[in-house]
Design a protein around this ligand. Structure first.
Ligand SMILES: [Zn+2]
Ligand SMILES: [Zn+2]
Length: 260
C-alpha cells in the first residue's frame, strides 16, 4: 500500500470525471494508493478543503499558508493552533520560503514560516516545508525555531545532498515527487540514492508535476506509484519494499494519522 504524502485534491480539474473526486480516490485505490495527505495553500480556501477531506476516511489534511500566498496575510499562531485541533488535520503547512517566484515578500514569508514552526512545537504536529532558491535561510530558520522532537518534511525536494543532510540532522524527512523521473534530473536521483530509506517519503504534489510517462498531464495521487518505482530502481529495492518503508515513515512522522 502506498501513501501519497503531499497532494492538492481541492485543485484537481474534475470537469472530465463522471464521479468527481470519488473517481480520483477510486483510481488511486485501484493502484493500491490507499491514503493521501491533502495539503493546504491558504486560509481562504482551507474551510472548503477540510469539508472535502472529511468525506473520505483515507484522506488527511494539513493547515497552513504557502510561502507564495503570504501576501494575503501572515497567519497568526493561534489561528494555526485552532486548525491543528481539527481531527482531520495531521500537519501544518505547506510553509517555507520561495525566493524563486517571489522575492518581494521575503519578510512575510519568514514571519509566516516562524509562526508555523511555533504552532508546530505547541500542537506537536509536524511541518510541511516548501523551499526554493532559499537554502540558507530555510535551514537557519529551521535551526532556530524547529522543535526537533516534532520536525517535519522537506517536500518536493529538488535541492542538493548537503541540504538534505542538514534537514535530516534536524530529524526531517525528505519527500520526493515525480520530478525524480524526469530525464534531466540525474543530480536529484543521486540525492535519492544517498537519502537513507528511513528518511524518505514519496508524493505527487498533484495536480502539478506529473511523473514520466504522464508528464504534461494533470497529476493524480495514483501516479505516486511511478515515484515509488523510480525510488525502487535507484535503490535496487522491490517496489513493495518502497511502499512499505515509506508508508511506515509516513505514520512515524505524521503520527496523528495513526493515533487519531
Ligand atoms: Zn510546495
Ligand atoms: Zn504542494
Amino acid at each position: 500500500m502506498f501513501v501519497d504524502s503531499h497532494c492538492h485534491l481541492d485543485r484537481l480539474d474534475l470537469s472530465a470525471r463522471d464521479n468527481g473526486l470519488q473517481s480520483v480516490i477510486d483510481a488511486a485505490s485501484d493502484k493500491d494508493v490507499s491514503r493521501m495527505l491533502c495539503v493546504a495553500i491558504d486560509l481562504q480556501t482551507l474551510p472548503e478543503m477540510l469539508e472535502i477531506v472529511k468525506q473520505f476516511d483515507n484522506v488527511y489534511a494539513s493547515a497552513g499558508v504557502h510561502p507564495l500566498h503570504v501576501s494575503d496575510g501572515v497567519p497568526e499562531i493561534d489561528t494555526l493552533l485552532g486548525y491543528a485541533a481539527d481531527s482531520n488535520v495531521i500537519a501544518l503547512g505547506e510553509t517555507g520560503l520561495d525566493y524563486f517566484y517571489q522575492k518581494d515578500t521575503v519578510e512575510q514569508q519568514r514571519e509566516s514560516f516562524v509562526h508555523h514552526l511555533k504552532a508546530s512545537a505547541e500542537s506537536r504536529l509536524p511541518v510541511i516545508v516548501h523551499t526554493r532558491d532559499a537554502r540558507e535561510d530555510t535551514i537557519s530558520i529551521l535551526r532556530r525555531h524547529v522543535d526537533t522532537g516534532v520536525a517535519g518534511v522537506l517536500h518536493c525536494f529538488t535541492e542538493n545532498w548537503e541540504m538534505a543532510q542538514q534537514a535530516m540532522d534536524l530529524n526531517f524527512m525528505i519527500s520526493f515527487s515525480g520530478i525524480i523521473t524526469f530525464r534531466n534530473a540525474a543530480e536529484l536521483r543521486d540525492v535519492v540514492r544517498q537519502v537513507p530509506m528511513e528518511n524518505l517519503l514519496i508524493e505527487t504534489d498533484s495536480p502539478y508535476l506529473a511523473p514520466v510517462p504522464y508528464r504534461g498531464k494533470s497529476n493524480e495521487p495514483q501516479y505516486v506509484v511511478e515515484v515509488a518505482q523510480c525510488v525502487a530502481d535507484i535503490k535496487g529495492l522491490r517496489i513493495e519494499e518502497v511502499a512499505e518503508i515509506t508508508s511506515n515513515n509516513f505514520d512515524r512522522m505524521f503520527n496523528k494519522a495513526v493515533s487519531g
